[in-house]
Ligand binder design. Sequence first.
Ligand SMILES: [Zn+2]
Length: 85
Amino acid sequence: MYRLAILIFLIGVFYYLIRSFFPPAVEENKVEGSDSEMIQDPNCELYIPKKESVQRDISGTPHFFCSDRCAEEFAQNNKNTSKTG
Ligand SMILES: [Zn+2]
């Protein structure tokens, strides 16, 4: 009976050693660079990840939006700046 207990103990130690040699690599691929950069939608002022945003050049300047709809609205609002009435 003792031998079984010793065997289980050794397996536990062995398992612990293996785990310490091979740590779980779950959060290794976390991106901290430009991929996860947050930008603000100038139309609805919502913050969105840059890689998921919609990019539009409006009067020569690139803008980032949460959706096509926001891009359209912002473009429309910028077009009508010189109009009166
Ligand atoms: Zn938006």
